[in-house]
Design a protein around this ligand. Sequence first.
Ligand code: TYD
Ligand code: MG
Length: 455
Amino acid sequence: MAKLKVKTAFYCQSCGNVFQKWQGQCTHCQEWNTIVEEVVENKGTVPQWVKTDKEGLKAKPKPISEIDMDSERRWMLPDVELNRVLGGGLVPGALILLGGEPGIGKSTLMLQLALQIENLSCLYVSGEESEKQIKMRAERVEGMQDSCMIYTDINTQNILKHCQRLKPQILVIDSIQTLQTPVIDASPGSISQIRETAAELLRYAKETGTAIILIGHLTKDGMIAGPKILEHMVDVVLYFEGDNKHVYRILRARKNRFGPTSELGLYEMRETGLTVVNNPADLLLGKRNGLLSGTAISATIEGMRPMLIEIQALVSTAVYGTPQRTATGFDSKRLNMLLAVLEKRCGFKLGAKDVFLNITGGLKVGDPSIDLAVLVSILSSNEDQVVSSKVAFSGEIGLTGEIRPSSRVEQRISEAEKMGFDQIYISSFNKVDIKKYGIKVQMVSSVNELYEALF
Ligand code: TYD
Ligand code: MG
């Protein structure tokens, strides 16, 4: 067969400007090393599985009332957390992108899904591992179904040919960066290759109603590797995050065409694979033996989920000239701001102290209402006075030292009550009927007032 002639052009990955030939700097946006050669036209034929009518059209415009909603039903997966993050199950024909750092457990999560599914057929395609390696991993996972289909290849045409024959309802691709389509002459992982293979899979998903889950690598800036357009093409973008050194993992949706992006799934990486965390308090509240200063518990909301998280702080006299400020799981700029508020508004001399802050479980918390607990843990360590482990905190700190209201405070109070806390401190600007709760709700308006109440 004669080789197809492909036409290429040079695109700036930053501003999208097109050039005739490669150059080091984009003359349009002045960025360096952003110009990449891409295929602009390929004479690839329409794959056989695309059903077309006589005129070559596969769909025609129709009134909205005639569109059948049947295809919008959802498949319930054995993984309850995944169902929740997807917005209540997997939608047939959806194209899902799952990104995460190397070693975080993306392959494990997807292989487990493939192994544990009972009522749906699933094909797990890997371009990264051999069949034996996959089998070895599968042996560790509990609840393995013998019917799970595994295939190792990187050629999309071969993969889709097998799909046509097997007709799996769910197709998992590990990973999009290893795929290659023969219609383009670029190496796997390159921008044009990723875009083209994703387009082929997208087309297959929409034509056949197969749900496809693509695993994606991250670049060093934490973005999914490949063209930005990849995230626009897919229906759902999920991120699997966590600290490699800890066992906890969080699954979040960044984009979801079928549901909210505020849901979140919690997992624990065990010897036997990933397990769902049903009771986050077990892992987020550190093992508390005896009474120690420097800890406080925050009633936060991550996504839609209320969670009680333990914050630990250590304040000690700085040994070297410049005091050190280190925060794990918390924004260190925000920590500096809180320390400055304490210094300026309340006269605490923390300028000559080292401050270390740690959020249990290696979680990254984005909820601003965690401020109050952070502040209390710092004060507790600084004063060397214990704050009872039966007290929770929720509130944002403003620059003037005022305590700002938290969102969905009722949910936080109820969660603290449910977890057996005796008291919760919230902002006095929150409008709540405190008599409604079995837990004692303390309202505070400023950092000074809080200090008076606690120490
Ligand atoms: P993996 O799924 O290969 O990560 P990714 O595909 O995101 O790169 O996960 C690899 C890590 O998970 C590895 O460091 C070992 C660990 N792991 C367990 O702790 N228990 C298990 O049962 C499995 C399968 C993996
Ligand atoms: Mg992997």
